[in-house]
Design a protein around this ligand. Structure first.
Ligand SMILES: [Zn+2]
Length: 345
C-alpha cells in the first residue's frame, strides 16, 4: 500500500488570508494535510478565526487535524500554558520530593474538564477532520531510559488526586517506588483522558478521526521511558483511536533505530487494525547528508507506513528551533512528499 497522507504541522494561527498563502505553499510542497497546532492562547483569543482557517484549508483541498499543542505541558510543544498560569493546583507532583512540577496532572478532574472543553469546543465549532494527540506524557520520564537502570528514580505523578485514586483502586497507599501496580495505574489513568475525550468527540461528530502519537522509544526489556504511553499494545488497542503514530527521531540516530521503531509501529498498528504514521524531523536539526531524507522515506514506505508527517512548516524558519537550512529542509521534505504521492496515483 502506498503512503496515503503527507502532513505538515503549522502554528501561528491568526489571519485567514495569511494562512491561505501558507496553505498554497504547503500544497506546492506535496502536503495533503495540515496539522493545526492550536495553543491555549489561540483558543482563548483567536477562536473566531480558527474555524475560518479550517474552512479555508478545506476549500483549498487540505485535510485538517487539530493538535492541542503543548496543552498543560501534558502534550509536547514549546507553547506556554494558560492552565498553569490560571491555576495553582492540579499539577503533577514528584514522587520522591513531593514538589509540584511544571505540568498539569491529567488525572485530575480539573485538567480533564479543561482539556475536554478545549477539544469538544473545537470539534463543535470547526469542520476539522479530526484531532492529533501529540506526545502526551507524564513529567520526569527520561531518567528511566538507562540500560543499567537507576540513573534517576523519581517519577510523576503522586499528587493528592493520583494518590486517592490509587488507594481507592488498590486499597493501600500509593508507593514512592515505581512498582508494577504504579506502572499499571499510570498507564490506565493516562489512557482515560484521551479515550474519554476521543469518545465524546466521536459522539458529537462520528466522522472525526483520532491520531494518537506516542514517543518513539525502544521499550525493550531493559530500557523504557515510563512516560505513561509506552505500552504500545494498550494504546493501539483503544477502539477510540484510528491512527497509531510514533514521534520524530533525530537524524543522528543509526539506520537500524529508524528501522526498529518503524517496524514496531507498523506491526502494532496492523495488529489492531489501525493506520500507521511515522514522522520526519523538519525543524531544529537536519541530516548531514540530505539524501538521508530520501532514504528514510524509502524505508518508511518499504515497511508499510500509511502516513508521513513532518514537524514543521518551513523547517521552523524564523523561530529559535529553525533548522540551519530550514527552507532547504522544507524543500527536500516537499520533494519527498510529491515523490510518494505520485505512486499513490
Ligand atoms: Zn496526579
Amino acid at each position: 500500500m502506498p503512503v496515503t497522507q503527507t502532513s505538515i504541522s503549522y502554528y501561528g494561527l491568526n489571519y485567514v488570508e495569511h494562512a491561505e498563502q501558507d496553505f498554497t505553499e504547503m500544497l506546492e510542497h506535496g502536503c495533503t494535510t495540515v496539522i493545526l497546532a492550536v495553543t491555549e492562547f489561540d483558543f482563548d483569543f483567536w477562536r473566531p478565526n480558527i474555524s475560518r482557517i479550517v474552512d479555508k484549508a478545506h476549500e483549498m483541498g487540505l485535510r485538517v487535524l487539530i493538535d492541542p499543542w503543548g496543552i498543560g505541558k501534558y502534550f509536547g510543544g514549546e507553547q506556554v500554558s494558560l492552565f498553569l498560569q490560571n491555576n495553582i493546583e492540579n499539577r503533577q507532583v514528584s514522587a520522591l520530593t513531593g514538589e509540584k512540577l511544571i505540568a498539569a496532572c491529567f488525572n485530575t478532574p480539573s485538567f480533564r474538564d479543561y482539556f475536554q472543553r478545549f477539544c469538544l469546543t473545537l470539534a463543535g465549532e470547526t469542520n476539522a477532520d479530526g484531532f492529533f494527540w501529540d506526545e502526551p506524557h507524564y513529567a520526569l520520564p527520561k531518567s528511566f531510559a538507562s540500560i543499567t537502570g537507576g540513573t534517576g528514580e523519581d517519577w510523576a505523578c503522586r499528587c493528592s488526586v493520583c494518590q486517592q485514586k490509587f488507594h481507592a483502586y488498590y486499597g493501600y497507599e500509593m508507593p514512592r517506588l515505581m512498582t508494577d501496580d504504579v506502572k499499571q495505574f499510570r498507564w490506565r489513568e493516562a489512557l482515560f483522558i484521551l479515550e474519554d475525550t476521543s469518545r465524546k468527540i466521536k459522539e458529537l461528530k462520528p466522522e472525526m478521526e483520532i491520531t494518537c502519537c506516542v514517543h518513539a522509544t525502544l521499550n525493550s526489556y531493559y530500557v523504557t521511558e515510563q512516560r505513561g504511553y509506552d505500552n504500545w499494545d494498550m494504546v493501539a488497542a483503544s477502539p477510540y483511536f484510528d491512527v497509531f503514530s510514533t514521534t520524530i527521531i533525530s537524524w543522528e540516530l543509526p539506520d537500524h533505530f529508524f528501522e526498529h521503531i518503524t517496524r514496531r509501529t507498523v506491526e502494532i498498528a496492523q495488529k489492531y487494525g489501525k493506520a500507521s504514521e511515522r514522522w520526519l524531523m523538519g525543524y531544529y536539526k537536519q541530516p548531514a547528508d540530505f539524501d538521508q531524507i530520501d532514504r528514510v522515506v524509502d524505508l518508511y514506505e518499504s515497511l508499510g507506513v500509511d502516513r508521513l508527517s513532518a514537524w514543521t512548516y518551513r523547517g521552523g524558519h524564523g523561530t529559535v528551533l529553525a533548522a540551519p537550512d530550514a527552507l532547504k529542509l522544507w524543500r527536500r521534505i516537499g520533494d519527498n512528499y510529491q515523490r510518494v504521492l505520485r505512486k499513490k496515483g
